[in-house]
Design a protein around this ligand. Structure first.
Ligand SMILES: *Cc1c(COP(=O)(O)O)cnc(C)c1O
Length: 451
């Protein structure tokens, strides 16, 4: 598997030449660069970068890492010769239009007609904006999210000076609706964060039930689909999860990370608001910008000011090549990840050395290493992680609360509050083809545990 092919570089070169033609009417100007020194520094960079994990390779199956598509990489690189800034339209007219088109297309997959939305640095920034809006509309009230929600929600709430409370989860890692309702009865809730695909387990919170409670208790429903949002396109999704995805358009705000499952380089999150009127909350009276265009620009509906237009260009190119359609190539990649996770889970279930826990809802598989006690199981999980890494299979670890693990593993002696388990995000479409390979490394690493 080649990291880079010459044909890709040829395409970039041709596209750059076309880009350059657009400016050929200007007086000749060539920035001065010392080629020899540039080359030597770049070679040093390539050497340093070899120390990274091989994120692009299917043998990297640990954290949430999915390499950007060639379309994204090349379009991003191409746009850097212009370096558009999607803050004000003046910073990047074309790239701002591309961003608006991308955001509208993302809104469509959730059934949102004309949402207000924009790209931003990532899921953290996107969630910050959504919770900021919730706090502006319900000042001083509490933000609720499940105990398995991303830790960023507690921290963001702290930044926004909004109280935050965690709602317990059911054994599969989803928000417990009985616990949520009993908290809602106490009142003063600004927003409930519904996670569609938790970062640890890929669990889907019961969105339809939360939407139902909104009618009675009147709070904002914010869907954090940073990880799982794109799975709304996947036919292989378990039927019981489909109603949750189908109701995403009824949420007040949605966050999705094109840099997670959308084949984009880092620096690409997206926030969407169902009601465009919340745009008024962003109002400011900057004396510096915005005087050259009458149209609303993205800088007026975003907390971040300067933003990389390159991210929008890359996403736009990817969406052209791989439209977000059910049954299309992009969706089929997501299906393959779901199938890969199910297959790995099936093998773990049949294993004498590994211990299957909750069935994966998306493409994240979490499992334990069999032992008598939580302490030993945790130690062995760490050892397995190291043994697979030695064999060039890169997995991740997760600390699961003892009470969650107990539901699947009642015989485990709980002499620790958490159990360290092994976690694998099978995000790459290629992972399905690599399951035999991944499994054989896992088995050989598991054998080494007894040595
Ligand atoms: C990754 C993730 C985040 C944080 O997003 P970043 O892009 O890393 O800033 C928030 N919520 C969920 C569910 C995530 O998976």
């Amino acid at each position: 598997m080649a990291l880079v092919t010459k044909s890709e570089i040829d395409i970039l070169q041709a596209a750059l030449e076309k880009l350059q033609q657009g400016f050929s009417h200007l007086p000749d100007f060539t920035p001065a660069v010392d080629r020899d020194r540039l080359r030597s520094v770049l070679m040093e960079v390539a050497g340093r970068m070899q120390q990274n994990y091989p994120y692009h390779h299917p043998r990297y199956a640990g954290q949430m890492m999915k390499p950007p598509h060639a379309a994204a990489r090349l379009a991003y690189a191409l746009s850097l010769w212009i370096n558009p800034n999607n803050h004000a339209r003046d910073g990047g007219i074309a790239s701002s239009h591309m961003e608006s088109e991308c955001v509208a297309a993302i809104g469509e997959i959730f059934g949102l007609g004309k949402p207000l939305g924009h790209l931003c640095g990532g899921g953290t920034m996107a969630n910050l904006e959504a919770l900021w809006v919730a706090g502006q509309l319900h000042p001083g009230k509490t933000v609720l999210a499940s105990a398995q929600a991303h830790y960023t929600h507690a921290r963001i709430s702290d930044v926004l000076a909004l109280p935050f409370e965690a709602i317990p989860v059911t054994p599969n890692g989803c928000m417990d609706m009985t616990a949520l309702e009993s908290r809602l009865r106490e009142g003063d809730v600004a927003a409930v964060v519904v996670t569609m695909g938790t970062t640890g387990l890929g669990a889907i919170d019961p969105l339809p039930a939360v939407l139902h409670l909104r009618q009675q208790y009147g709070f904002r429903v914010h869907v954090d689909a940073a990880y799982g949002g794109y799975f709304t396109l996947a036919d292989a999704l378990a039927p019981e999860l489909q109603p949750a995805f189908a109701s995403m358009g009824e949420a007040d705000s949605i966050v999705i990370d094109p840099h997670k499952h959308g084949l984009q380089p880092y620096g690409c999150g997206c926030v969407l608001f169902r009601d465009p009127a919340v745009g008024a909350l962003y109002k400011h009276d900057s004396p510096y910008t915005y005087f050259s265009s009458a149209e609303l620009h993205l800088g007026e509906i975003s907390l971040e000011c300067s933003r990389p237009g390159a991210a929008a260009v890359a996403l736009w190119a990817t969406q052209q090549l791989l439209p977000m359609q059910r049954g299309g190539e992009f969706a089929s990649g997501l299906n393959r990840s779901l199938l890969a996770a199910r297959e790995l889970w099936r093998r773990v279930q049949a294993s004498h050395r590994l211990k299957a826990l909750m069935q994966p809802q998306l493409d994240i598989v979490v499992f334990g290493v069999r032992a008598g006690s939580a302490r030993d199981a945790s130690m062995l999980a760490r050892k397995l992680f190291a043994e697979t890494a030695k064999r060039e299979l890169h997995l991740a670890l997760i600390e699961l609360p003892a009470e969650l693990v107990r539901q699947y593993w009642p015989e485990l002696v709980m002499n620790r509050d958490t159990v360290t388990c092994v976690r694998s995000c099978l995000m790459k479409p290629e992972h399905l083809d690599w399951i035999d390979d991944i499994w054989s490394v896992l088995e050989s690493a598991a054998l080494a545990l007894d040595e």
